[in-house]
Design a protein around this ligand. Structure first.
Ligand SMILES: Cc1cc2nc3c(=O)[nH]c(=O)nc-3n(C[C@H](O)[C@H](O)[C@H](O)COP(=O)(O)OP(=O)(O)OC[C@H]3O[C@@H](n4cnc5c(N)ncnc54)[C@H](O)[C@@H]3O)c2cc1C
Length: 430
C-alpha cells in the first residue's frame, strides 16, 4: 500500500464508524502517523437507517465522507480498503488493495446482523445494518406494493402488504412505528386502488417485553404507543423459519408476509487472523482489558461494538451502542498518545448517558440516569440528540428540514425505487 514511511509510529485503524472516527480525531496533531481503512468511503449514522428504509430521509443525509471528516489532519491517511487478514506475528494487514505493516493496530469494525445460523431467514429476510441494506429494504417495500396491485389473489395480496419485524429492540420498535405511520398517512393516498387497511405490521419479540434494555415503564409505554398506531406486538414468540412468504415461529402462530426484517441480533465483525483464541467472547467480540488492549496483545486494541471490556457494572461488556464506541475511541486516542510519549495509560470508565427510542410522531421514550420520561417532550429530546450526533453541518440541516417538512405534511417523499431490489419470489403477473 502506498503510504510514506514516517519517523512516527504507524497506527492503523480498521473502521471509520463511531469509534474509529472519534479515535482518529483525538490523534490529530499527535506524534503518530494514522492510517484509517474502511470498506466504505463514508461514515454511516446507523440510528437513522430506518428512516432511509421507510423513505423519510435520503441516504446521503445520514452518511458522510470520511475524507471530509478528517480533512486537513496532519500525518493522516485514508484508504478505501477491505481488510481481509491480520498477521499478528509479522504485524501486517492484508487488504484488497495490498498489504501494510503497523506499529499499533486498532480494530473498530463494528457489528453485523446475526442470523444465528438460520440460512433460510438469512436468504429470505432483510437486514438493516448498512446504507445499501436500507436501500434494498426501501425498494422491496415499494416493489411489494406495486406487485400487490398486479395480483387478483387476495391471499397473495395480503402477504405482499404484510410486514414481520423480528426483534423488539430500538431498531425493531422504530421501524415498526415508521411503517405504521406510512400505512396510515401515505399508502391510502399512493395506492387508492388497494385496500391498504389490510396491511399488517407485526413486531415479534422473543422475551416478555419490548425494549428489554430500557426501563419497564419505557417498555410498557412504547408498547402502548405501537398498539395505538396499529402495530401488532407479539411477545414470547421466536421466529424459527422463513421461506420468503411464510413465517414460522416456535408457537402455533404463523404469518404470511413477503417482508421480514431481522433485527433480532448482532455479532462482532471479525477478521481472519484475529478470529480465534481465548480472546474471542460469545458474539465474536474481542475481549479487551481496561486500556482496550486485546487480551494477549500489547499492540492490538479494539473499540466499539467489536470490543468486549468486562467490568463489574458491565459483566458482558458495554452495550453495542454509539456512545460506548465514541467514548472508547476518545479514551484510546488519549492512551495511544500517552503510550507513544512513554507515559502510563489510563483505564477506561464509561459514562452512561442513558438510552432512548422513538415510536413515531410525538412519541418517544427516554431513560436518563435520574429521569425517565415519555411522549412529546421525549420525542423532542430524541430529535435533538440525533441531530447533535449526526456528522456534518449540511446533514444536520437537511435532516432537520426533512423532519419539519414531514411533520407538517404528514409525508415521506423519498419513496423511490432507484435501484430495484430483486427477490427470487415473484408474484405471477396476470
Ligand atoms: C439500525 C440501527 C439502529 C441503531 N440505533 C442506535 C441508537 O439509536 N443509539 C445508539 O447508541 N446506537 C444505535 N445503533 C448502534 C450503533 O450504530 C453502533 O453501536 C455503532 O455504530 C458502533 O460503532 P463502531 O464504531 O463500533 O462500529 P460502526 O459504526 O459499525 O463502524 C464500523 C466500520 O468498520 C468498517 N469495517 C468493518 N469491517 C471492515 C473491514 N474488514 N475492512 C474495512 N472496514 C471495515 C465498516 O464499513 C464501518 O464503517 C444502531 C445500529 C443499527 C444498525
Amino acid at each position: 500500500m502506498n503510504i510514506p514511511q514516517s519517523s512516527f509510529p504507524r497506527i492503523i485503524i480498521i473502521g471509520g464508524g463511531f469509534g474509529g472516527i472519534a479515535l482518529a480525531k483525538k490523534l490529530s496533531g499527535k506524534d503518530v502517523q494514522v492510517l484509517l481503512l474502511d470498506r466504505h468511503n463514508y461514515h454511516t449514522f446507523q440510528p437513522l437507517l430506518y428512516q432511509v428504509s421507510t423513505g423519510g430521509l435520503e441516504p446521503d443525509s445520514i452518511a458522510y465522507p470520511i475524507r471530509k471528516v478528517l480533512q486537513g489532519y496532519p500525518n493522516f491517511y485514508f484508504r478505501l480498503a477491505e481488510v481481509m487478514q491480520i498477521d499478528t506475528e509479522k504485524r501486517r494487514l492484508e487488504t484488497n488493495i495490498g498489504g501494510i505493516g503497523y506499529d499499533y493496530l486498532v480494530v473498530a469494525t463494528g457489528s453485523e446482523t446475526n442470523f444465528f445460523g438460520n440460512q433460510n431467514i438469512q436468504s429470505n429476510g432483510m437486514a438493516m445494518k448498512t446504507v445499501p441494506q436500507s436501500l434494498n429494504l426501501r425498494s422491496l417495500i415499494l416493489e411489494n406494493f406495486e406487485q400487490a396491485l398486479l395480483t387478483d389473489d387476495l391471499h397473495e395480496r395480503d402477504a405482499l402488504m404484510n410486514f414481520v419485524i423480528v426483534g423488539g429492540g430500538p431498531t425493531g420498535v422504530e421501524l415498526a412505528g415508521a411503517l405504521a405511520e406510512i400505512k396510515k398517512g401515505i399508502l391510502p393516498k399512493d395506492y387508492p386502488d388497494l385496500d391498504t387497511r389490510r396491511a399488517q405490521i407485526n413486531l415479534v419479540q422473543g422475551s416478555d417485553r419490548i425494549l428489554p434494555a430500557m426501563s419497564e415503564v419505557a417498555s410498557a409505554k412504547a408498547e402502548r404507543f405501537l398498539e395505538k398506531l396499529g402495530v401488532n406486538v407479539w411477545k414470547n414468540i421466536r421466529v424459527s423459519d422463513y421461506n420468503g412468504k411464510r413465517v414460522t415461529t416456535d408457537t402455533d402462530t404463523k404469518f404470511e408476509a413477503c417482508t421480514l426484517v431481522w433485527a433480532a441480533g448482532v455479532k462482532a465483525v471479525s477478521i481472519k487472523g484475529l478470529d480465534a483464541g481465548d480472546f474471542i467472547s460469545r458474539g465474536s467480540r474481542l475481549k479487551v482489558n481496561h486500556f482496550h488492549q486485546v487480551e494477549g496483545f500489547e499492540e492490538i486494541f479494539a473499540i466499539g461494538d467489536v470490543a468486549q471490556m468486562e467490568s463489574e457494572a458491565f459483566p458482558h461488556g458495554h452495550p453495542m451502542m454509539a456512545q460506548p464506541a465514541i467514548q472508547q475511541g476518545e479514551s484510546l486516542g488519549e492512551n495511544l498518545a500517552r503510550l507513544v510519549d512513554e507515559k502510563p495509560m489510563k483505564p477506561f470508565k464509561y459514562k452512561d448517558k442513558g438510552s432512548m427510542a422513538t415510536v413515531g410522531r410525538n412519541k418517544a421514550v427516554v431513560d436518563l440516569k435520574k429521569f425517565k420520561f415519555q411522549g412529546v417532550f421525549a420525542w423532542y429530546v430524541w430529535m435533538f440528540v440525533h441531530l447533535y450526533f449526526l456528522i456534518g453541518f449540511r446533514n444536520r440541516v437537511v435532516v432537520f428540514i426533512n423532519w419539519v417538512y414531514n411533520y407538517i405534511k404528514f409525508d415521506r417523499e423519498a419513496r423511490l425505487i432507484i435501484r430495484p431490489f430483486k427477490k427470487e419470489y415473484q408474484v405471477s403477473k396476470k
